[in-house]
Ligand binder design. Structure first.
Ligand code: ATP
Ligand code: MG
Length: 417
C-alpha cells in the first residue's frame, strides 16, 4: 500500500490578493524545515492544500508533533492517497470508517478539480451508500446524518489523486511565520512576555529578544538562563531567533541612587525601552513588544504605561494588554513556556523596590525624575555590555551559539539617531 500523506489546510482569509504566493511559499518552507530529518519525500501545494508526502518508515506521531509547531495551519489530517475512481474511494473510505464506532456519520466531498465527471453530491451519495451497506452487513446500527454527524469521512478530489481521511487535527492557527516583519520583544523570564512574543509570532512577526538581568544570583538562578530557555522553547515557531542579554545592575544602581524612589520601577522600564529600541534599530526591527497587561501590577496602570512609553519613539505593542492572567497561563502551558517561567529565578526588577511605587505617573514627572541621570551614557553602557545568542531550529532540535556583534560606538550612535 502507498504511504499515507499529511493534508494541510490553511486559513483562506490571508490568501486573498497579491500575497498568496508569498504566504504559500513561506508556509511550504516552514513545513520543510519543521520536518527536516524525518522520512518525508516532498512538501508541495496541491489544489487549495499543502501536501506532505511521507517516505517509508515515517512515524506519524513524530511528524504530527513537528507539524503542531508550524504557524499558519488551520488543521491537518493523515490521509490515504488513492486513484480517482469511485471504487478506490469507497475502499479507502471503508478503511477509514470500519475501525471507528459511531451512531451516525456523513461523507463530505470537495472537488478542487472541477473536470471530475461526477459532482460532489453524486460522489458523496455513492460513498455514503457503500459505507452504509458495509456497516449494515456487519449488523451495525448506524445512520447517515448530514448535520453535526459523529464522524465525517472527508474526500478531496484533486487533479491527479484523491485523498480520504476521517480525523481532522487542529493546527497552530495564525499566519505563516516570518511574513509580517521584525519586532523586538522585552523578555523578562516571567509568564507574560514569552506569551506576548508567541502571539506576535502567530500573526507572522519575526521576533528578536532582549533580556535585562541583575547580578547577585546564585549560579543556576540567573534570569539570563531562564530567558535563554524560553527563547529555545519559542524558536521552533519561527526557525531562528536572536537574544540580546543586557546586564542591568549598574544601571539600576545609578537610577536608584539619583532618582526619587517612587518612580524607580518606571525609570527602570524606561531605560529598558530605550536600550531595547536602540538594539531594535540595529536589528532592523520595526517595533517593540512587552508582556504588560492593563492593571496587573502597579507599573501597569494605564497612566504608567503611557508615561513609560514616552521614553521611546518606536511603537510598543502589548498584545496581552486586554488579556486575563488565567488565559495567559493557559497559553503558557500550551506552548510549553509555563514550566520554564515557573522555575525560581532572580528577577532584576524588584531590586531596590520602592515602598510606595507611583501609580499615576505622567511623562513630564518621569522626565523630571530623570533630570539627574545621564540617560545617553546609561544607554551606551547597556549596549556596550550586551551579549548576543543566536538560536537555530534544525532537524527538530534547537542549536544555540554565542555570537559576536559589533558594538562600536559609531554603529551605536547611528542606531540611536
Ligand atoms: P512578565 O510575566 O513578562 O515578567 P509581569 O506581569 O511580571 O510580566 P513585569 O515584570 O512588571 O510584569 O514586566 C512587564 C514587562 O516589562 C514584561 O512583560 C517585559 O516585557 C518587560 N520586562 C520586565 N522585566 C524585564 C527584564 N528583566 N528583561 C526584559 N524585559 C523585561
Ligand atoms: Mg515579571
Amino acid at each position: 500500500m502507498t504511504n499515507p500523506v499529511i493534508v494541510v489546510h490553511y486559513h483562506e482569509v490571508w490568501l486573498k490578493g497579491r500575497n498568496r504566493r508569498f504566504f504559500l511559499r513561506t508556509l511550504q518552507s516552514s513545513l520543510r524545515l519543521a520536518l527536516q530529518g524525518l522520512p518525508v519525500k516532498r512538501v508541495e501545494p496541491l489544489g487549495d492544500r499543502m501536501i506532505v508526502w511521507l517516505g517509508d518508515g515515517a512515524v506519524i506521531e513524530e511528524v504530527a508533533a513537528r507539524i503542531k509547531l508550524v504557524l499558519g495551519i488551520a488543521f491537518y489530517a493523515v490521509a490515504q492517497p488513492v486513484e480517482r475512481s469511485i471504487e478506490a474511494l469507497c475502499d479507502a473510505a471503508w478503511r477509514e470508517m470500519e475501525p471507528q464506532q459511531f451512531p451516525n456519520f456523513a461523507v463530505r466531498v470537495k472537488r478542487s478539480d472541477k473536470s471530475f465527471p461526477q459532482s460532489s453530491l453524486e460522489v458523496e451519495s455513492a460513498i455514503g451508500k457503500y459505507l452504509l451497506d458495509q456497516l449494515r452487513a456487519q449488523n451495525r446500527d448506524v445512520r447517515v446524518r448530514l448535520k453535526t454527524p459523529n464522524v465525517t469521512c472527508y474526500v478531496e478530489i484533486m487533479r491527479q489523486i484523491a485523498l480520504v481521511y476521517a480525523h481532522k487535527i487542529p493546527g497552530a492557527g495564525g499566519l505563516p511565520a516570518n511574513t509580517a516583519g521584525r519586532m523586538m520583544c522585552l523578555l523578562s523570564g516571567g509568564f507574560d512576555s514569552a506569551v506576548a512574543a508567541y502571539h506576535m509570532m502567530k500573526r507572522g512577526a519575526h521576533v528578536s529578544f532582549v533580556h535585562f538581568y541583575g547580578a547577585g544570583a546564585e549560579p543556576g538562578e540567573s534570569s539570563a538562563h531562564v530567558a535563554s530557555s524560553l527563547v529555545k522553547q519559542l524558536v521552533p515557531y519561527q526557525a531562528h531567533a536572536k537574544l540580546y542579554r543586557v546586564p542591568f545592575e549598574t544601571i539600576q544602581r545609578e537610577i536608584a541612587g539619583r532618582a526619587p524612589e517612587e518612580y524607580r520601577i518606571l525609570l527602570y522600564r524606561r531605560m529598558m525601552l530605550r536600550i531595547a529600541e536602540a538594539l531594535a534599530k540595529r536589528d532592523h526591527s520595526l517595533a517593540l513588544i512587552t508582556g504588560d497587561s492593563l492593571g496587573q501590577v502597579a507599573s501597569q496602570t494605564l497612566r504608567n504605561m503611557v508615561a513609560v512609553d514616552a521614553a521611546a519613539k518606536m511603537v510598543v505593542f502589548r498584545p496581552l494588554a486586554g488579556t486575563d492572567k488565567e488565559d495567559i497561563i493557559d497559553t503558557a502551558r500550551k506552548i510549553g513556556t509555563y514550566d520554564i517561567s515557573a522555575e525560581p529565578f532572580h528577577d532584576c526588577c524588584p531590586v531596590f523596590l520602592p515602598r510606595q511605587p507611583a501609580l499615576y505617573a505622567s511623562p513630564k514627572e518621569l522626565d523630571a525624575a530623570e533630570s539627574n541621570l545621564d540617560i545617553n551614557s546609561l544607554l551606551f553602557k547597556g549596549i556596550r555590555a550586551a551579549s548576543l545568542l543566536k538560536f537555530e531550529y534544525k532537524s527538530g532540535t534547537v542549536e544555540v551559539k554565542e555570537s559576536a556583534f559589533i558594538k562600536s560606538s559609531a554603529k551605536t550612535q547611528s542606531a540611536l539617531a
